[in-house]
Write a protein that binds this ligand. Structure first.
Ligand code: ADP
Ligand code: MG
Length: 247
């Protein structure tokens, strides 16, 4: 079974149908770039996977477990356990301003029952090293650049040893000169075979790092394929129009 299986996922806000019968799979070690116009439902789709949004109907399996089946959710304790297999990185970092970098990393494992109290310090320092920020462990987020904040957010998402990482436009809030350092960290994770879904406007990243690109429009997956195929030879007019490939 795929590591993520979504079938007929639909989600509305009141009268507005934001996701329409979405069906897709993500295999272990996939790096899926999700592209599409603003308002097409990309964030809602990611947020639904990790249960930051409740869907109206459909089925989501995460790592062989049922998060929601035909619109019926697992028990709250199960939902928590299943969604903890994923980490998420947001456009605006969402770091806690009153905690140091190291404390930002250590907060979630501390409040999750069952995690031993020892070991966080070692892991947080290892992960900060991995994202090139060892020397910032004791600083507060306000002292960091946007690129550094996002690298902290990625390290924080890794603290719980997720099997899947979800990224929602991780470089959209950054000055262009700072996107590279964040992309590099993500590229390294891809090379270590982390399963990733990345909503992004960075077509370079989609081309070079993703093994699959999924184009969404108006709450639907219009087209999904290998970057080479999708970027050079899109099948549908909506994809061509978005990518500005001659119609
Ligand atoms: P994208 O990430 O592709 O830009 P979103 O998933 O953020 O798209 O939004 C899809 C649609 O859902 C948009 O029309 C947006 O206005 C609407 N939407 C998103 N969140 C909410 C919400 N909490 N309440 C009402 N409408 C929402
Ligand atoms: Mg969005």
């Amino acid at each position: 079974m795929a590591i993520i299986e979504v079938a007929n996922l639909s989600k509305s806000y009141g009268e507005l149908n934001v996701l329409k019968q979405m069906t897709f799979q993500v295999e272990k070690k996939d790096v899926v770039a999700v592209i599409g116009p603003s308002g097409s439902g990309k964030s809602t789709m990611l947020r639904s996977l990790i249960h930051l949004e409740q869907i109206n109907s459909g089925t989501i399996h995460i790592v062989d477990e049922v998060l929601v089946k035909d619109g019926i959710y697992a028990k709250p304790s199960e939902i928590k356990r299943i969604t903890s297999k994923m980490g998420m990185v947001f456009q605006h970092f969402n770091l806690y301003p009153h905690l140091t970098v190291r404390e930002n990393l250590e907060l979630a494992p501390r409040i999750v029952k069952g995690e031993p109290m020892t070991g966080f310090r070692k892991r947080s320092l290892e992960l900060l090293e991995k994202v090139g920020l060892s020397e910032k462990a004791l600083d507060y987020p306000a002292k960091l650049s946007g690129g550094q904040k996002q690298r902290v957010a990625i390290a924080r998402a890794l603290m719980m040893n997720p099997e899947i990482l979800l990224f929602d436009e991780p470089t959209s809030a950054l000055d262009p000169e700072l996107t590279g350092e964040v992309m590099q960290v993500m590229k390294n994770l891809a090379e270590e075979h982390m399963t990733m879904i990345v909503v992004t406007h960075e077509m370079g990243f989609a081309r070079e790092v993703a093994n699959r690109v999924m184009f969404m429009d108006k709450g639907e997956i219009v087209e999904s394929g290998h970057p080479q195929q999708l970027f050079t030879n899109p099948k549908f007019d909506r994809t061509k129009a978005f990518l500005n490939v001659g119609l």
